[in-house]
Design a protein around this ligand. Structure first.
Ligand code: DAH
Length: 339
C-alpha cells in the first residue's frame, strides 16, 4: 500500500487541466466518492496495527497534496479564462486624478490678467544675463553691494555673466529694442545667493512693470497700483506709498496695502501695524532711459516690481517659502479650488 501512495504522491505535481471539465474529472478520479483516495481509505482498514500510524500519516499527506494541487489548477484556470481581448494596458486607470496649477502660477496669471486689462503687454528676457542688463544699464554704481558675490550668482570664469537678481533687467531688454510709448509687464524667475529657509530662497519670482510715454506722472503710477491692489485683494483695500531708494527710479517708493488678513486692524501677520509691503516702484531714472537709448528730455516713465511669492503668501497665508518648490502634492492639492 505504501508503494501505491508514494506513486500517487509523485503523480500529484504532474497533474494538469486545460479547462474546468478536465479539472472536475481529476477531482472525481482522486477525491470523488469512488475515487482513489476513498479506495485507499477502504484498504487502510486492513493495514496491520503496527503500520497504521506510518501509513495513515502518508495517506493524509497525499490527500492534502491532491487538494492543494487541484486548488492551484483552479486558480490558474481562473486567471487564464478572463477575456483579455480589447484590454488596453496603456489606458489611464480610473478615477483620473486631476492635477492642480501651482499656486505661484495661479497668482502670476492673475497679476498678468489684471495688468493686461489695463493695457500692458507681456515681455520676456533671459534668466542667465549679462552685467549690463541686470546692473549697469539699470544705473547701479560700480561698487553697489548688489553686485557682490554675497548676493549674486556668477557663472564660473565669466564675471560678466550672472543669474538675474531681478526682472528689472527685462526693462532694459525692452527699451533697447522698442521705442516708446511702451507699456509692459515682465513675469519671471530671479536668483539670489541666499541660504534657503522658511523666509528666503535662492530663487523666487517677480513681475516687473514699465510704462514709458511723453506725459507720465507719479499720479498715473499710483492710480494703476491702486487699481491693481483692489483687483487683487478686494475693493476695500487701501494703499500707501513710502519714500524709498532704488538705483533705477527717482523718486522711488515702496507700496504697502492695508493688511488683507485683519482688514487693517492689526494682527501678527502685519506685526500689528495694519499694513503690509507688497512692491517697489518709482519714476524711471533719466539715467536709465539714456543708458537704454531713450531721450529723457522727451520721455518719462514709471516702473514697479513685485514678488509673486509675497503676493501668494498674502492671498493664501503660506508660511514656509520652501513649500513652493518641494512639489508635495498634499500642498498643491490645497489649491484645487483656486484653479
Ligand atoms: N528690482 C527691485 C527688486 O528686485 C524691485 C523693483 C523696485 C522694481 C522698484 C522696479 C521698481 O521696477 O521701480 O527688489
Amino acid at each position: 500500500m505504501i508503494e501505491k501512495i508514494n506513486a500517487l504522491l509523485a503523480e500529484v505535481e504532474t497533474l494538469a487541466a486545460n479547462d474546468e471539465k478536465e479539472l472536475e474529472a481529476l477531482r472525481i478520479k482522486y477525491l470523488g466518492k469512488k475515487g482513489l483516495i476513498n479506495e485507499l481509505m477502504a484498504d487502510f482498514r486492513n493495514v496491520p496495527g503496527d503500520r497504521k500510524r506510518e501509513i495513515g500519516i502518508r495517506l493524509n499527506e497525499l490527500k492534502t497534496a491532491l487538494q492543494d494541487r487541484l486548488n492551484a489548477l483552479r486558480a490558474e484556470l481562473a486567471t487564464h479564462e478572463e477575456d483579455h481581448s480589447g484590454l488596453d494596458l496603456t489606458r489611464t486607470p480610473y478615477p483620473v486624478r486631476l492635477g492642480t496649477r501651482h499656486p505661484l502660477s495661479i497668482v502670476r496669471n492673475e497679476i498678468i490678467d489684471i495688468f493686461s486689462r489695463l493695457g500692458f503687454s507681456m515681455a520676456d528676457g533671459p534668466e542667465v544675463e549679462d552685467d549690463w542688463h541686470v546692473f549697469s544699464s539699470m544705473n547701479f554704481a560700480e561698487d553697489h553691494p548688489a553686485r557682490d558675490m554675497q548676493d549674486t550668482f556668477f557663472i564660473e570664469q565669466h564675471p560678466d555673466i550672472v543669474l538675474r537678481t531681478h526682472t528689472s533687467s527685462v526693462q532694459s531688454r525692452v527699451m533697447e529694442t522698442t521705442q516708446p510709448p511702451l507699456r509692459v509687464i515682465c513675469p519671471g524667475r530671479v536668483y539670489r545667493n541666499e541660504a534657503i529657509s522658511a523666509r528666503a530662497h535662492c530663487f523666487f519670482h517677480q513681475v516687473e512693470g514699465l510704462y514709458i510715454d511723453k506725459d507720465v506722472s507719479f499720479t498715473d503710477l499710483k492710480q494703476v497700483l491702486l487699481t491693481f491692489a483692489r483687483e487683487m485683494f478686494g475693493a476695500d483695500t487701501r494703499i500707501r506709498l513710502r519714500p524709498s531708494y532704488f538705483p533705477f527710479t527717482e523718486p522711488s517708493a515702496e507700496m504697502d496695502i492695508s493688511c488683507n488678513i485683519c482688514g487693517g486692524k492689526g494682527c501678527s501677520f502685519c506685526k500689528h501695524t495694519g499694513w503690509v509691503e507688497i512692491l517697489g516702484c518709482g519714476m524711471v531714472d533719466p539715467n536709465v532711459l539714456e543708458a537704454n537709448g531713450i531721450d529723457s528730455n522727451i520721455y518719462k516713465g514709471y516702473a514697479f516690481g513685485m514678488g509673486v511669492e509675497r503676493i501668494t503668501n498674502l492671498k493664501y497665508q503660506v508660511s514656509d517659502l520652501r513649500l513652493f518648490s518641494e512639489n508635495d502634492v498634499r500642498f498643491l492639492d490645497e489649491f484645487m479650488a483656486a484653479n
